[in-house]
Ligand binder design. Structure first.
Ligand code: ASP
Ligand code: CP
Length: 430
């Protein structure tokens, strides 16, 4: 097996679209045994899967792939060509993905996990330089894209805010983009205007990634959100097809939910409840696009009503910086997702997500901190997933994904087992 057994098994379950329970039954093993094979190598509970099981799983997956090949038009060629934007290796919108291509990207993200977990290092991007151009506030996107590039062996040059870029002197997007292309091998751009990153992308042939364009899209966030949902569901023994997703908060200006609902719509039979204060509802054109796939979409301004029976609660911050005359400051108190509400409306299997940052100032009523030591709160696992997913994006756009597996070496330092003081291993977590 050229990949780790964890990557191999997760990929097999995704391709076969089976929960852990059903997959264990399909290959004739106990669920507990499967759980131990799925743990990261090196963890105390982890066990090696017998060769005979690996051969059987390979056979089932190959049969499934053959069936797919004959039943639909075969996907071929490198992933970066299949997700290309106007013929270029750029990532501007989740519209570039199909369910197959997004799952192929996640297979690569799984292979990046040992690097993200600081067990392995790779130098596949040695010599390459990333230009991080952030014209809006950011912690996660800027640093995790930078760290992802560095962890693949590349280096990063940053510019933050308009003040410290020559755009403050009136330089155009075209000139800025063309000049930067002479200096770096890829760019990640965040800008307050919707459509601006596409304008940067038109002025260059190097890979450009949209790190958030105004109230438009945030595709890498949606990819890591979907990756998180699939990973958490795998642990919980659930499938995404048929799930109930509640999107909460500022759905009008929140670009993460704009990208996420379109990406989730690639799956089957979902129920979305969109819970927004009056005036901050999801834009019509996005509703229309997601609705084309035949999902159930319900809109409400009652949190309690909308959260009932949800499998995923995805809370968001009020995007006050984008308001055009709206009066709302924070959310009112009855709009806050907190432990009492989650206990009342949802089961023990719900996952609570948020793209972060959450606004912790008084009166903002953003996602409550009283869920912090509740295992259903997935926000930090979600943020951590930014690294493997963004590494996968770079590997694909720069065409090195096939080199990663053989480039891995052990790290020379020892990171702490739990990176946060409040982190714990939850049962079956991988
Ligand atoms: N960080 C996310 C974004 O930039 C969400 C937020 O800021 O509320 O879109
Ligand atoms: N989630 C997210 O985009 O965070 P930042 O705004 O801190 O980059």
């Amino acid at each position: 097996m050229s990949v780790s057994q964890q990557v191999f098994l997760r990929d097999a379950m995704r391709r076969l679209n089976l929960t852990r329970d059903v997959f264990a039954a399909r290959i004739g093993v106990k669920r507990r045994a499967l759980d131990t094979w799925l743990l990261p190598e090196g963890s105390q509970e982890s066990r090696t899967m017998p060769d005979v099981v690996a051969r059987f799983v390979t056979e089932i997956v190959e049969n499934e792939a053959l069936l797919k090949k004959y039943s639909q038009s075969a996907q071929s060629g490198p992933l970066r060509d299949r997700i290309a934007y106007e013929g270029k290796h750029q990532l501007l919108s989740v519209d570039q993905f199909s369910r197959e291509s997004v799952e192929e990207l996640f297979r690569i993200a799984d292979q990046m996990q040992p690097i993200a977990r600081r067990q392995k290092v790779s130098r596949v991007l040695e010599g390459a330089v990333l230009g991080n151009l952030f014209f809006e506030a950011s912690t996660r996107t800027r640093v995790s894209f930078g760290a992802a590039f560095c962890r693949l062996g590349g280096s990063v040059c940053d510019t933050t805010g308009f003040t410290f870029s020559s755009m403050a002197k009136g330089e155009s997007i075209y000139d800025t983009s063309r000049v930067m292309s002479g200096y770096v091998d890829a760019m990640v751009i965040r800008h307050p205007e919707q459509g601006s990153v596409a304008e940067f992308a038109r002025a260059t042939n190097i890979p450009v990634v949209n790190g958030g364009d105004g109230a438009g899209e945030h595709p890498s966030q949606a990819l890591l959100d979907l990756y998180t949902i699939l990973t958490e569901f795998s642990r919980l023994g659930k499938l995404l097809d048929g799930a109930h997703i509640a999107l909460v908060g500022d759905l009008k200006y929140g670009r993460t939910v704009h990208s996420l609902i379109k990406l989730l719509a690639l799956y089957r039979g979902l129920k979305f409840t969109l819970i927004a204060p009056k005036g901050l509802e999801m834009p019509e054109e996005i509703l229309h696009q997601a609705g084309r796939h035949g999902h159930v979409i319900e809109q409400t301004s009652s949190l309690e009503e909308g959260l009932k029976g949800a499998d995923v609660i995805y809370a968001t911050r009020v995007q006050k910086e984008r308001f055009a005359g709206e009066e709302i400051e924070g959310y009112s108190a009855d709009f806050q997702v907190n432990k009492a509400l989650v206990d009342k409306c949802c089961g023990p299997d719900v996952i609570v997500m948020h793209p972060l940052p959450r606004d912790s100032r008084e009166g903002s009523h953003d996602l409550s901190v009283d869920l912090n030591d509740d295992s259903r709160l997935a926000i930090f696992r979600q943020a951590d997933n930014g690294i493997p997913v963004r590494m996968a994006i770079f590997a694909v756009l720069l065409g090195v994904e096939r080199l990663v597996q053989h480039s891995l070496r052990d790290v020379t330092w020892s990171p702490p087992s739990y990176i946060g003081p409040d982190d714990a291993i939850f049962p079956g977590m991988e």
